[in-house]
Design a protein around this ligand. Structure first.
Ligand code: NI
Length: 148
């Protein structure tokens, strides 16, 4: 009988995902005609890592401006305090933030930030890690000084 060698370069792992999220992901997979979830996940990871690498090279050693957009649960009252605390840890970076009440359950905030890319990333990661923050995205761009 032929012995099947296990490919050690492929790692399998289990992931816990909320029902709504996997439902949306399966929809994403269907639209793009992926044959399975694994291939779609591999592509998303590659895309994310390549995007990050590009961004790191693009802005290396420069001061940049950024916009952090985050949507969070309005009903988690301690969350607003945590968000404010994090912003206070970056007083030189946060230029302005604006709060919008999206609907009965959700708030949107936009923070305009400025500084070293790593500091801005760090700030965005801290916001993203808060429980109740549903979405958080940092977009960076040039301050304009390096462009003629
Ligand atoms: Ni609100």
């Amino acid at each position: 009988m032929k012995k099947i060698e296990k490919d050690k370069s492929i790692i399998r792992f289990g992931v816990s995902i909320p029902y709504d999220l996997i439902h949306a992901f399966d929809e994403y997979i269907r639209e793009r005609e992926y044959s399975n979830r694994s291939e779609a996940i591999r592509d998303l990871i590659r895309e994310k890592l390549i995007g990050q690498e590009w961004e790191e090279k693009e802005f290396e050693g420069q001061e940049v401006v950024g916009i952090i957009t985050y949507v969070f649960n309005h009903h988690k009252r301690d969350l607003v305090d945590s968000i404010i605390d994090i912003q206070h840890d970056f007083p030189d970076h946060v230029i302005v933030s604006q709060h919008v009440h999206l609907d009965h359950h959700n708030c949107l905030e936009v923070a305009i930030v400025r500084g070293e890319p790593n500091a801005l990333r760090n700030l965005a990661y801290k916001l993203k890690a808060l429980k109740g923050v549903k979405h958080c995205q940092l977009t960076m761009t040039t301050t304009g000084t390096s462009l003629s």
